[in-house]
Design a protein around this ligand. Structure first.
Ligand code: UD1
Length: 435
C-alpha cells in the first residue's frame, strides 16, 4: 500500500524525528576521524604506491573526496571502512569545480599535486556559513617553497618553475596556526629538495596523524603536534597501510549526548589527550569521567554553568562549541561562551532559543542561562556542528523534535541515529522526498 503523504510532508526536507527524554546506556563506538581521513586520502596523491586506509568513516564528505581523487586518475576502491588508493596513473591536476564545490577539504589536493607533478589547478574552496575561511596562508606557504601561484576567476593555479619541477625547502612562518595551511605545506614540502620548517604550525591531532602516515610512507618529518615542524625533503614516497585515528569531535559529541540526557555511558575508542580541554569543561560543569583502555565512561551529576572560549588546539575546539552550548542550555546557572575561531558560528543560538533555551548573544559571545527543561520544536542545523547541537538539544527536550539540515549532519556523523538508538534514544529518519 502506498504511504500517505500529507501536504506538510511534501514541502519538508529530510529530517530526524527525535523523541526527547530517553536515557542512554551502554557504549557508543566512535568512528575514524573525518578531518584526518580526508587529508590522508589526498596524501595518496604523493606516491605511485598503494595506500590502504583503515577505519575510514562512512560519510558523504569521504565519498566526495573519493570522487575528486577519481577525477584526477586515482584508482579508489572502497569496502566499508577500508579504502585502497593508488595514484600510479595520475593524469590530471585539475579537479573540476562541480566536485570541489561544497567540499572545503578538496583544496588539500593542491599541496600533493604540486609536490608530485609540479603543477596544479584547484578551484578556490570559497567561504561557508560559519565564516570566510581564506586560503591565504596555504598560498603563502606554497610560494615560499618556490611555487608560482596565481588566483584568477576563482581558480588557484600553481606551478614549479625550472626543469626539475621540484619545490625547494624553505622556512615558513604562518600568520595564524591554520590546520589546512599546515597540512597543505606539509604535503608539498615532503617531496621538496632540502629542509623546510613550519613555524606557528597548527598542533591539532589531525596534523599529527598526517605526519605519522607520511613518515610511514618514507617522509622525514619531526615536531608535528608542536608549534615548529621540520621536514627533510625526500625524492619519493612509498605506499603504506594506515589506520585513521578516532574522531575526537564525534567522541566529544557522544559524551555530550550522555551529559545532556543525564545518562551514564561509555564512549570508545578515544585518545583522551585529544580531548583534554573538553574533558576539563565536562568535569568543571559536574560530570565524573572514568578514563581507561582508550575509552571514557561519563557519569553526569548535577550540572552547572561553565565559561568556554574556543581556541586552536590544545584549547577548546570550535567544532564542539555548538554541541556544548546545547548542554549548557540545560545546566544550572550562567555560562559565557565565546567563539574565537570563526566570525559567524553562532547560528545555532536562534534555533536553541526556539527550543526554550535562554541565551543572549552579544557579537560572538553567548550568555546562556540554564533552563530546567527544553521543549521540542522543528529546528534546522545550518552547519555540521550546529546540526549536532540540534540533535543533542532534542534528546533532552520534552516532546518530539524535527531536526532538518541532514545534508550537513551526514557530512560528519556516520550512522548517527543507528548509533544513538542502539544506546537507547528514539530517533527516526524521515525522507519525505522518497515517501
Ligand atoms: C579545520 C577543520 C575544521 C575546524 C578547523 C579549526 C578540516 C577539514 N576542517 O578547518 O573542522 O573547525 O580546522 O579547528 O580539517 N585562516 C586565515 N587564513 C588562512 C587560513 C585560515 O585567516 O589562510 C583562519 C580562518 O579564517 C579561521 C582560522 O584561521 O578563522 C582557522 O582555520 P583553519 O585552521 O585553517 O581551519 P580549516 O583547516 O579550514
Amino acid at each position: 500500500m502506498a504511504a500517505v503523504v500529507t501536504a506538510s510532508q511534501k514541502v519538508l526536507k529530510p529530517h530526524l524525528l527525535i523523541k526527547g527524554g530517553h536515557a542512554l546506556s551502554g557504549e557508543l563506538k566512535v568512528s575514524g576521524a573525518k578531518n584526518s581521513a580526508l587529508v590522508l586520502m589526498t596524501a595518496a596523491l604523493l606516491t605511485e604506491g598503494v595506500v590502504e586506509l583503515a577505519n575510514v568513516p562512512e560519510l558523504t564528505d569521504i565519498q566526495g573526496m573519493a570522487e575528486i581523487l577519481g577525477s584526477l586518475g586515482v584508482s579508489v576502491k572502497r569496502r566499508h571502512q577500508a579504502i585502497r588508493l593508488q595514484a600510479d596513473n595520475l593524469n590530471h591536476a585539475e579537479p573540476p569545480y562541480e566536485l570541489v564545490n561544497g567540499l572545503r577539504a578538496s583544496f588539500f589536493c593542491i599541496g600533493p599535486l604540486l609536490g608530485r607533478l609540479g603543477h596544479a589547478k584547484v578551484p578556490l574552496p570559497g567561504g561557508c556559513r560559519i565564516g570566510a575561511r581564506p586560503v591565504v596562508e596555504h598560498i603563502k606557504g606554497l610560494k615560499a617553497l618556490g611555487a608560482v601561484v596565481n588566483v584568477e576567476h576563482g581558480v588557484v593555479t600553481a606551478s614549479v618553475p625550472g626543469s626539475s619541477r621540484r619545490l625547494k625547502g624553505a622556512p615558513i612562518m604562518l600568520d595564524c596556526p591554520s590546520v589546512g595551511a599546515t597540512e597543505t605545506v606539509l604535503m608539498a614540502a615532503v617531496l621538496a629538495e632540502g629542509v623546510s620548517t613550519i613555524e606557528n604550525a597548527a598542533q591539532e591531532p589531525e596534523v599529527q596523524d598526517l605526519a605519522k602516515m607520511l613518515n610511514a610512507m618514507g617522509a622525514r618529518i619531526s615536531g608535528a603536534g608542536g608549534p615548529v615542524i621540520t621536514i627533510e625533503g625526500v625524492e619519493r614516497l612509498n605506499g603504506c597501510s594506515y589506520a585513521v585515528m578516532p574522531d575526537r569531535i564525534e567522541a566529544g559529541t557522544f559524551l555530550l549526548a550522555a551529559a545532556i540526557t543525564r545518562s551514564s555511558l561509555r564512549v570508545a575508542p578515544i585518545i583522551p589527550e585529544h580531548l583534554n580541554a573538553v574533558l576539563q569543561k565536562l568535569r568543571d560543569c559536574g560530570c565524573k569521567l572514568e578514563i581507561e583502555n582508550q575509552g571514557i565512561t561519563i557519569i553526569p551529576g548535577e550540572l552547572h554553568g561553565v565559561d568556554i572560549t574556543t581556541q586552536p588546539f590544545p584549547g577548546f575546539p570550535t567544532d564542539l562549541q555548538a554541541p556544548f552550548m546545547a548542554l549548557l542550555a540545560t545546566a544550572k546557572g550562567t555560562s559565557v561562551i565565546t567563539e574565537k575561531i570563526y566570525e559567524n558560528r553562532m547560528q545555532h543560538v536562534a534555533e536553541l532559543q526556539r527550543m526554550g533555551a535562554s541565551i543572549r548573544l552579544q557579537g560572538n559571545t553567548a550568555v546562556v542561562e540554564g533552563v530546567p527543561q527544553l521543549s521540542a520544536a522543528p529546528v534546522t542545523g545550518s552547519d555540521l556542528r550546529a546540526a549536532a547541537a540540534m540533535v543533542l538539544a532534542s534528546l533532552a527536550a520534552r516532546g518530539t523534535s524535527q531536526v532538518a539540515g541532514l545534508n550537513h549532519l551526514d557530512r560528519g556523523y556516520a550512522e548517527i541515529e543507528g548509533k544513538l538508538n542502539s544506546a537507547g534514544t528514539q530517533i527516526h529518519r524521515c525522507n519525505p522526498e522518497l515517501a
